[in-house]
Design a protein around this ligand. Structure first.
Ligand SMILES: [Zn+2]
Length: 459
């Protein structure tokens, strides 16, 4: 599948100043807003420079909107004329992930060059997610410049630290809540487009992330006396730990078909031409067990219906074959489905691990709430995307990664994660958090069209 063959209506908004939009993204990439867990490594002056550029590049937004910084995050409010309409919020984050040490030489264009070459804009943040941040500003500026009068108030919100702790988005959401704001919808990064093969469907599927799974690292530890391995009378810590891990892996948690997956099957039903779902989707409730069995058997679907269990680390093993280990630790990573609580999961694992193993969390976050998709925002996003991309059906789904959007659940019941910059899957897979991150000018401009139309029609 050549993704660009799915683009339609690219001739719209022909007076969009595309060279300028490209230059702004290029310059934004050149401002090194890398996030680090160790905050002392963050160059906050770079964020100041980024903010100054936003003010310089978007005079109409600055004139009609209210610009506010909360810590280093940015919140812009463009007031609408009809206070009975709930505001919309378009978001992205300003920070980028570090370039992996030792890979600098592998970049064809320096990661902070923002080079425009061969039809691409190159550099860290080109696809995660400065393109969306700048595109939202370009779209808003375009509409205001054309005299657009917004009926609905629109917010643009750009967190400062999504890639590490997301404190910026939390602070913005808290501010909105204090102001008594309730949002109609939120649009953030995320989502994906892939083939419908997993479903047996003969059409591409665009997955709009309506929730995020939780994340937990659980530490298991076990003790033994060590000593000479000729007398392992009560077993060793390694043996005890191995049994505990096996018990946990062998007892998967409950499988539940989430509301978004049911809706996906309903939307996809007319396109499903083969495989076990073809008949099953005719009555999803009656065939639930069969549908779940298919999800469990498929590498692309199984993680959607349950909490996944991945043992990832083990340490403390003995250095010699004839010496027994003493203190040993292992870590199991879980991605929690919405039906499981972190407390319930810990109890479940403690029971299975037995009394000789201590189980505790290093970190635990439950899944986000599943956003509503029977909403104006979701249907409008589906419509606008279908206006610019043909032969893709857009469905509600789980987002595979964590985003800032979950922080807005306290002020919005329709938090959508979908970046409208459809790029070749290989370019995306290698570039995002990887080496030679880049976005095609064509994908970038088509995404801007999506955002202009969405802001114009909905707001
Ligand atoms: Zn991101």
């Amino acid at each position: 599948m050549n993704i660009y063959e799915l683009y339609i209506n690219e001739e719209e908004y022909s007076d969009l100043r595309s060279d300028e939009a490209v230059r702004h993204l290029s310059e934004a990439i050149q401002i090194n807003t890398t996030s680090y867990m160790d905050a002392s490594k963050i160059d906050y002056a770079a964020f100041d420079r980024f903010h100054a550029k936003m003010k310089e590049w978007y005079p109409c937004i600055m004139k009609h909107g209210e610009y506010r910084e909360i810590d280093y995050s940015v919140l812009i409010r463009i007031p609408g004329s009809d206070p009975s309409l709930k505001p919309a919020l378009f978001m992205a984050h300003q920070d980028v992930v570090p370039v992996v040490e030792g890979t600098e030489e592998d970049w064809i264009h320096d990661p902070f060059s923002g080079d425009v070459a061969d039809g691409y804009i190159w550099g860290r943040g080109a696809m995660d997610i400065k393109e969306m941040l700048i595109a939202e500003l370009e779209s808003m500026e375009y509409l205001l410049e054309h005299g657009k009068q917004f009926r609905r108030t629109v917010y643009l919100a750009f967190g400062q630290d999504e890639e590490v702790i997301g404190s910026g988005a939390i602070a913005i959401a808290k501010y909105l809540k204090e102001q008594g704001v309730e949002l109609e919808f939120v649009l953030d990064e995320g989502g994906r487009v892939g083939s419908g093969e997993a479903y047996g469907a003969d059409i591409a599927v665009g997955s709009i992330g309506m929730y995020e799974k939780g994340y937990a690292d659980m530490k298991l530890s076990a003790e033994s006396f060590g000593g000479h391995s000729s007398n392992p009378f009560r077993g060793t810590s390694l043996g005890v730990l191995a049994k505990a891990i096996a018990a946990i892996v062998d007892h998967p948690l409950e499988n539940v078909l989430p509301a978004s997956a049911r809706e996906t099957l309903r939307i996809l039903a007319p396109y499903i031409k083969e495989g076990p779902l073809k008949e099953a989707v005719k009555d999803i409730d009656a065939n639930e067990a069969q549908i779940i069995a298919h999800y469990l058997s498929h590498p692309d679907l199984n993680s959607q219906i349950h909490t996944t269990i991945a043992p990832t680390m083990i340490s403390g093993g003995s250095q010699a074959g004839n010496v027994m280990p003493q203190h040993m630790e292992a870590v199991i990573n879980f991605r929690l489905a919405p039906q499981d609580t972190d407390e319930g999961l810990l109890e479940h694992c403690r029971q299975l691990a037995g009394k000789d193993v201590k189980a505790e969390y290093i970190v635990a976050n439950e899944a986000s709430r599943e956003s509503r998709f029977d909403t104006m925002g979701f249907h409008a996003l589906q419509d606008v995307l279908s206006h610019y991309f043909r032969d893709i059906v857009f469905v509600p789904s789980v987002n595979t990664t964590a985003t800032d959007a979950r922080s807005y659940e306290c002020v919005c019941d329709c938090c959508m994660r979908f970046e409208p910059f459809l790029e070749e899957p290989e370019i995306r897979a290698k570039g995002v958090h990887g080496t030679n991150e880049k976005i095609s000018v064509r994908a970038y401009l088509q995404g801007i069209r999506v955002l202009i139309r969405m802001m114009d029609q909905l707001c």
